[in-house]
Design a protein around this ligand. Structure first.
Ligand code: CU
Length: 136
């Protein structure tokens, strides 16, 4: 009797495992990857929007040359500087300086209150990495 019970339990477990496998698998093939793709597609988009213009600095020089950033007065100046070397980012005119380095992106989200054309500089290296235009 105990042998029969054991067989019944094993068969029951196999049947249950098969049901769970079948029940979970279609969701894994259809639903989950789509949901995951949608989530991962949304997350970078949100991050990219918050980061604004991304300025990559390599060897104390901006990749692709001096970047142009244009913002309407009353809007928000958004940019992020990524650098493979330690330095400081200096937003002239607004006079905001931030450290930057391999483990520390410099993120700016500043209300565009002053119109004009301003230099964004890699301060220690004295290299211009971007030009900010705030239009009235
Ligand atoms: Cu400066």
């Amino acid at each position: 009797m105990s042998g029969r019970t054991r067989v019944a339990i094993v068969v029951g477990a196999l049947v249950l495992a098969a049901i769970v496998f079948v029940a979970v698998r279609p969701r894994g093939d259809d639903g989950s990857p789509t949901a995951t793709t949608a989530t991962s597609a949304n997350t970078p988009a949100t991050t990219a929007k918050d980061a604004g213009t991304v300025i990559r600095v390599k060897g104390k020089a901006p990749a692709g040359g001096v970047q142009d950033i244009t913002v309407k007065q009353g809007g928000t100046i958004r940019f992020t500087v990524l650098s493979d070397e330690q330095d400081h980012v200096h937003l002239h005119g607004y006079d905001i300086e931030q450290p930057v380095g391999p483990q520390r992106p410099a993120r700016y989200a500043v209300p565009a209150t002053i119109n004009g054309v301003f230099v964004i500089e890699l301060e220690d290296a004295k290299v211009q990495i971007a030009q900010l235009t705030v239009e009235p």
